[in-house]
Write a protein that binds this ligand. Structure first.
Ligand code: 13P
Length: 334
């Protein structure tokens, strides 16, 4: 796979006014989300729900792609079309989550390391055959009294770099995701410092592993105060802090940055993205790769009446895609 092809895919992922819907929840996370609205966590429900999201009429006006889970990329629409083919036929790029989740980092209580490197080359080759053109790996950095440690940050950066190099070898664009969690009562300055150190470590590791940044997308968390911090920040403060942190750590050659929503409300996730784009021009396109902030309204509606509310639920997916697509241009009207 040439770097030109990877770069072309990466650019298409962050095409002007378009972003990505993350629907790559593992069956365990899906169980949690379904339990929250009283849906039984069985395969057919997971399939039907993903079909609802992926087949939203005209969502491709604002969505360049979607991140699928291993089970999802093997599933089909009710009409028998594999989801990845349905997406490609509708101008959306199929992506796949390839990490195997977080585990306690031995020797560092309260900290997590993402696993999944063993056998990854073969899994990536299979996902490519199934139609995936980009792959996501999420590392988690937890802010606490004595965390994160340098060891946790560097170990996760090293794993991200090894996965990213393998992705490019197999023809997939790596979407590298070092998520600094919003959990806790830390202030926005602490989040800034931790995000800065995390991104420096990540780009150093990517460089050490010969990862071609032209064919890489960063999935970043925004610089925000912890959920339980008494002093919350304004939209402008979050946008300014996030931009400053990214500009001082992320090389300009990267084709784009997308954000996770991380537990922000739908409105806040959109407002922050919009504000950052209004503050531009920025070195890279800034767009979205939201999971919860794209889905939660639709999931609630679908849970109330799975067949009766199908169209209504899809309409909210379209609305969320449109709002975030406009925010990716700095043109959201609130
Ligand atoms: P949220 O937007 O719900 O944080 O999910 C995005 C994602 O893919 C996390 O890995």
């Amino acid at each position: 796979m040439s770097i030109e092809q990877l770069a072309e895919t990466a650019r298409a992922m962050v095409a002007p006014g378009k972003g990505i819907i993350a629907i790559d929840e593992s069956s365990g996370t899906c169980a949690k989300r379904f339990a929250g609205v009283g849906i039984e966590n069985i395969e057919e429900n997971r399939r039907a729900y993903r079909e609802l999201l992926l087949t939203t009429p005209k969502a491709n006006e604002y969505l360049s792609g979607a991140i699928l889970f291993d089970e999802t990329i093997r599933q089909k629409t009710k009409g028998g079309v594999p989801f990845a083919k349905f997406m490609a036929d509708n101008g959306m790029i199929p992506g796949i989550k390839v990490d195997k989740g977080t585990h306690p980092l031995a020797g560092f209580p309260g900290e997590l390391i993402t696993e999944g490197l063993d056998g990854l080359r073969e899994r990536l080759a299979e996902y490519y055959k199934l139609g995936a053109r980009f792959a996501k790996w999420r590392a988690v950095i937890t802010i606490g009294e004595d965390t994160p440690s340098g060891t946790c940050i560097d170990s996760n950066a090293h794993a991200l770099a090894r996965y990213a190099a393998l992705c490019q070898e197999q023809g997939l664009v790596p979407m590298v995701e070092p998520e600094v969690l919003m959990d806790g009562d830390h202030d926005i300055e602490t989040c800034y410092e931790v995000t800065e150190v995390t991104l420096r470590s990540l780009f150093d590791a990517l460089y050490q592993h010969n990862v071609m940044l032209e064919g890489t997308i960063l999935k970043a968390s925004m610089v925000v105060p912890g959920k339980d911090c008494p002093e919350q920040a304004s939209v402008e403060e979050v946008a300014e802090a996030t931009l400053m942190c990214l500009k001082s750590t992320v090389p300009a050659i990267l084709p784009g940055i997308v954000f996770l929503s991380g537990g922000q409300s739908d409105e806040a996730a959109t407002a922050h993205l919009d504000a950052m784009n209004r503050m531009g021009p920025n070195p890279w396109p800034l767009s979205f790769s939201y999971g919860r902030a794209m889905q939660q309204a639709a999931l609630k509606l679908w849970a109330q009446d799975m067949t009766g509310n199908w169209d209504k639920a899809q309409a909210t997916v379209y609305d969320r895609a449109k709002a975030n697509g406009l925010a990716a241009l700095g043109k959201w009207e609130g």
